[in-house]
Design a binder for this molecule. Structure first.
Ligand SMILES: [Zn+2]
Length: 816
């Protein structure tokens, strides 16, 4: 998921909505919306309205520039607009009805109105109502809901402040300012002050935050946020990350990657690891082979679009396509017919000539002749350039070999790729909690396979050296797929480093020419079945050349089928980590919405969401432990809250279809430059010194996920909850629940027995705490809590008959 949920490609460009300009600068080709019909089209002219003096902006069509000059000389109020028509020039003038009639009397072709007093009145009314509602909002003091306020350190112990606040005033005029202290017992504004940015997505206001964390010198204790609308709130600033970790034993070994590795090397590495550690690991051959690092061979002839054609071999380049040659010959005779000759793998196009001996074959004629020739058509297919009609005359060309343009050394196989997963665990019989770590869904994210390889190496090589590692391997069933996109990955290494997708070409001839080859392929992290493009979700494309092409249908690709197969084959898998690059994110489902109304896939329940936040703290503290990198709180959370919608991504697939906790990493956090005081992006393929550090720190993160999974697997602690009354009026009371660990609370207000079908405590809102429940009479509340591992408070059996649930009475005075 990177900036595609994972690569930084996907930011939607902001298109400014320009009003239809009535007064463009003088230009022969106005590029904005055309306010007038073309000559010859019959469009009913609007008549100017008669209120006030009936002044309107009218179209006048004149025969030539001399007539325009005449209008000018007459003092006509012309707009800065002039458009050439087939039979004259269209200009626009502001005219009263009388002025318009005078011009008509002088023979001018005065046509209908572009705008008149009615439009003026309508604009005035809209303006008035907009100003009134803005003023009304101004009068109303807004309410500020603090979401998060944290400080943290990154890299060289530089401190940063991150604050997120939601204003009840959602308009763009509301300005929030944060002010913080510089530690205990310091002045409230001694730390600094800064204006916050308004975070919007899919046209909706989300909340205010800093666009990137602010560098600070001292750790603050409190921050006050004030709004231009009058709202104000002061909240404590918590420390983010920096959780103390037990140091590894002194025999612990790490750092096993010393160069970027292509998919062949990566797969070779896990295969040899399984051979070295047969007691605690094995290779799983995934059932679907990829299409392979291979494609058809091509050659293109011609320079001008209309006279260009290209040929594509039937066989893959590596299977004979690269041996085909094509010659375009000009016969020495006049009036020669167009003909095709095939000798072995050489195709000769003998162009037609006219009576003077000049070439007379068009690109279209050549294409049709080649495709109609049985022997030629067995070898290749011809096409005009990008759907062009091909009316241009073809030029002769010497014998040209077709090529698949693939540059990897011969040692890299061109055959369909056998994808492999490395399964690590002492007991690999499905009885242990399974964790699925997968990397490189996107080809160009070169650090990610290293992360998966490093994690595998550390687990296997420390098994006999480090007791903590032994516990992970003894108690979990770990599946590591270091490269989900081997064909695209190879292509990225040897041919086009910015390749994101796989190599399978679904493009028609209109975008099948050789120069389009770098944009073919399917975005594997958009090819899954939940919240997909095909279901109407946002963040994927149906265009075969788009960076986020979802494929022809859900799960059309062997790579994605393999991922799903693994989770079906091993139903003990409960956690998954989808590692991408870059930007420094830690994210979880849901990961997609429909743009209209920003209709999100269902959010996870409150207990699970809190569990994710708790786990984040553990996992991201482990990332930080390597070299200090602090992943920002603002880049932690459900995908659409912190990044964007990614229709059909794999984390949603695993969570919604199989209940697998599907997390996403974006390795490669921005690096803060203390000199320029700017965060600098690292990119997909930083120099290896940086790439190595990213692999090491996120291998730490993957291992911490295993620690989270292990505590999940031996969590027998029952959650404990408390009912807390948080507010009272004369006629109502408000309460919520608190718990000693992330858990869901099911409750009833009618005296009945609570079950798993009873109302469940929800979050008050995105990135907010628990909802507040209000009752207007004294109420007996019954409830129980259940944690993520399924432990129920007080050993209550929700589907049994006992009454060992929790009970409390919320009193309401009811003074009327
Ligand atoms: Zn990615």
């Amino acid at each position: 998921m990177g900036r595609s949920i994972n690569g930084r490609v996907g930011r939607v460009a902001v298109v400014l909505a320009l009003p239809i300009a009535l007064t463009l600068t003088l230009s022969p080709n106005p590029v904005l919306a055309d306010p007038s019909p073309q000559t010859g089209q019959v469009v009913p002219d609007r008549q100017p309205s008669t209120d006030q003096n009936g002044v309107a902006l009218l179209r006048i069509v004149v025969p030539d520039q001399a007539a325009v000059d005449r209008l000018n000389d007459m003092g006509v109020d012309l707009a800065e607009y002039k458009k050439p028509l087939d039979n004259g020039i269209e200009v626009h003038a502001v005219l009263s009805p009388q002025e318009a009639q005078d011009l008509r009397d002088q023979g001018f072709d005065v046509r209908g109105a572009i705008s008149d007093q009615t439009d003026y009145a309508q604009n005035q009314a809209e303006r008035k109502s907009a100003i009134m509602s803005a003023e009304a909002a101004q009068d109303e003091r807004d309410t500020l809901t603090p979401l998060r306020a944290e400080w943290f350190t990154s890299l060289d112990d530089q401190r940063f402040l991150s604050v997120e606040v939601k204003s009840s005033a959602t308009d763009a005029e509301t300005v929030l300012t944060a002010t913080w202290d510089s530690g205990p017992k310091t002045a409230p504004d001694s730390g600094g002050t800064a204006t916050m940015s308004r975070f919007t997505d899919a046209g909706q206001y989300m909340y205010h935050r800093f666009s990137s964390p602010l560098p600070i010198t001292a750790a603050p204790t409190k921050v006050t946020i004030t709004s231009s609308r009058g709202g104000s709130v002061t909240v404590p600033v918590n420390k983010w990350l920096g959780e103390k970790r037990k140091p590894p034993s002194k025999h612990y070994v790490e750092d096993f990657v010393d160069h970027y590795m292509d998919p062949t090397e990566v797969t070779g590495r896990i295969t040899s690891l399984a051979r070295q550690f047969p007691k605690i690991s094995q290779i799983i051959d995934l059932p679907n082979k990829t299409n392979g690092y291979r494609r058809a061979a091509q050659a293109q002839f011609g320079t001008a679009t209309a006279s260009t054609f290209y040929v594509t071999s039937k066989a893959y380049g590596s299977e004979g396509g690269n041996d085909i040659g094509v010659t375009v010959a000009q016969p020495a005779t006049a009036s020669a017919p167009l003909s095709i000759a095939v000798a072995g793998k050489n195709v000769t196009v003998n162009l037609a000539t006219d009576a003077t001996g000049a070439i007379s074959s068009t690109a279209r004629q050549v294409v049709d002749a080649v495709n109609a020739d049985t022997a030629a058509a067995a070898l290749l297919t011809a096409s005009t350039y990008r759907g062009n009609a091909g009316a241009g005359l073809v030029a002769a060309a010497p014998a040209t070999k077709l090529t698949d343009n693939l540059k990897a050394p011969a040692s890299v196989s061109r055959a369909p790729f056998q994808m492999k997963a490395l399964r690590i665990g002492k007991k690999r019989d499905g009885s242990k909690v399974g964790v699925f770590l997968y990397c490189q869904e996107h080809a160009r994210e070169w650090v990610t396979p290293l992360t998966c390889v490093e994690t595998a190496e550390r687990l296997l090589r420390n098994y006999d050296r480090d007791p903590a590692t032994k516990k992970l391997v003894d108690n979990l069933d770990i599946f590591i797929m270091p490269t989900v996109n081997p064909d695209g990955g190879t292509y990225s290494f040897y041919d086009y480093n910015m390749q994101r997708k796989n190599m399978t070409n679904y493009c028609p001839a209109t975008s099948g020419d050789p120069a389009s080859r770098n944009s073919w392929g399917v975005d594997l992290n958009r090819n899954f079945t939940v919240g997909s493009l095909f279901d109407g979700y946002s963040g994927a494309s149906s265009s075969c050349t788009s960076g986020t092409f979802a494929g022809p249908s859900e799960l059309s690709e062997p790579e994605t089928q393999n991922e799903v197969w693994l989770t079906h084959q091993y139903p003990n898998i409960k956690f998954a980590m989808n590692t991408h690059s870059y930007g420094g994110y830690f994210m979880w489902p849901p990961g997609a919405y429909k743009t209209a109304g920003r209709e999100l896939l269902p959010r996870v329940d409150f207990g699970t969401e809190n569990y994710f936040w708790n786990a984040s703290s553990h996992i991201l503290s482990a990332v930080q432990a390597w070299r200090g990198t602090g992943i920002w709180p603002g880049q932690t959370g459900p995908v659409p809250d912190v990044l964007y919608s990614a229709a059909g991504n794999s984390a949603d697939e695993h969570w919604f279809n199989r209940g697998i906790i599907g997390w996403d990493f974006e390795v490669g956090a921005d690096v803060y430059n203390a000199t320029t005081k700017q965060f600098e992006a690292v990119g997909f393929q930083p120099d290896f010194a940086e790439g190595h550090e990213e692999a090491m720190e996120f291998a730490n993160g993957q291992l911490a996920i295993l620690e989270v999974a292990r505590s999940f697997s031996d969590d027998n602690d029952r959650p404990k909850s408390k009912l807390e009354v948080t507010g009272r009026t004369d006629s109502s009371a408000t309460f919520t629940f608190t718990m000693d660990e992330p858990a869901n609370v099911y409750y009833t207000l009618d005296g009945s027995r609570p079950t798993l079908s009873s109302p469940r405590l929800a979050a008050a809102g995105m990135r907010e705490g628990a909802q507040q429940i209000t009752v207007d009479k004294t109420t007996e509340v019954h409830w129980f809590a259940v944690d993520i591992a399924g432990n129920v408070e007080g050993n209550y059996k929700p589907d049994g008959h006992s009454n060992s649930y929790r009970k409390d009475t919320v009193k309401v005075r009811n003074v009327r």
